[in-house]
Design a binder for this molecule. Sequence first.
Ligand SMILES: *[C@@H]1O[C@H](CO)[C@@H](O)[C@H](O)[C@H]1NC(C)=O
Length: 363
Amino acid sequence: MSLYQNLLLLTAISAFLSIASACSDGQCKLLDECSSDGDCEAGLYCFACQQGFSGSRCVRSTVTNQFKLLNNSLPFNKYAFLTTHNAYAIDGYPLHTPVPRVTFTNQEDMITDQLNNGARALMLDTYDFDGDVWMCHSFGGQCHDITAFGPAIDYLKEIEEFLSANTEEIVTLILEDYVGPNGLTKVFTDAGLMKYWFPVSNMPKNGEDWPLVSDMVANNQRLLVFTSIQSKEASEGIAYQWNYMVENQYGDGGMQAGSCPNRAESSGLDDKTKSLVLVNYFHSMSSKEKTCEDNSGDLINMLRTCYAAAGNRWANFVAVDYYKRSEGGGSFQAVDTLNGKLLCGCDDIHACVAGSTSGACTP
Ligand SMILES: *[C@@H]1O[C@H](CO)[C@@H](O)[C@H](O)[C@H]1NC(C)=O
């Protein structure tokens, strides 16, 4: 062929390829190129992750609901849940103080969106501020006008609405708590959340299994709240987190490949008297640019490392920043993997379904 013919052929091939790869109107599949969210299939949205791929592509935006795909008849600790770190620290959250906010964020959509996309545990920082309980970033346990996000009641009302509209779902709140006596009890009462409260007396204290999810749903005990203040368990019936959960180091210290040390407040990850395992995987200073890579393969690798550190136990909670940022499957795939491991020993929960073709796995 002449050079001219070659060029002609190349042009024809590339034109064909670009037509072949063009998709729109909700037809684009995982990692197909896209120009808007509407191009992507349900459960995906259009996103650019410079570290992961060129251009904008469809990536996941929701987690698989394990109770709906399989069932909810197992103990609570046999399932994994997507956890949003600093769920309240949201880009563009309405200003509630007289001065502009000067602090970092960790998420990009409202609590209602987080829950609708499948987050089932929220990490929240609660402070006494301005005569009320607020969500705020810390400076030595003290909330300031410039680091305050908003009154806790607003966030809790979104959670109440979700629980009332989704009667089979369970939400876990993990509080970094700086609130004085009875402040939380009052704000949870005001938000109408006490009717969902899972009592501390029903929480396993010695490594036993949790109650069945189906029973928790039937009893309407669908809100689990953990505080970082030990004395509140006796005084207000709010569970002290590390009586029930082991947790790895948060921040950069928890992102060293191949190691999964416990955070100081938690007993060792292999302490099986605690039935729940929480894995943190986010930077000390949140970074949108790094997050799509963090939330992808690196996260899955860390979950495997922490599985070994926890005495061969898969995490129940996986906490990330900017949970929708990924190279494709991200935190959603990580949770699908955990549920697959927990529920049938496969790499993906879809492989637990009888007759499934995804992820060859014979449990
Ligand atoms: C629920 O799903 C689990 C995991 O696949 C399975 O082991 C269990 O038998 C199922 N229970 C019911 C009642 O279907």
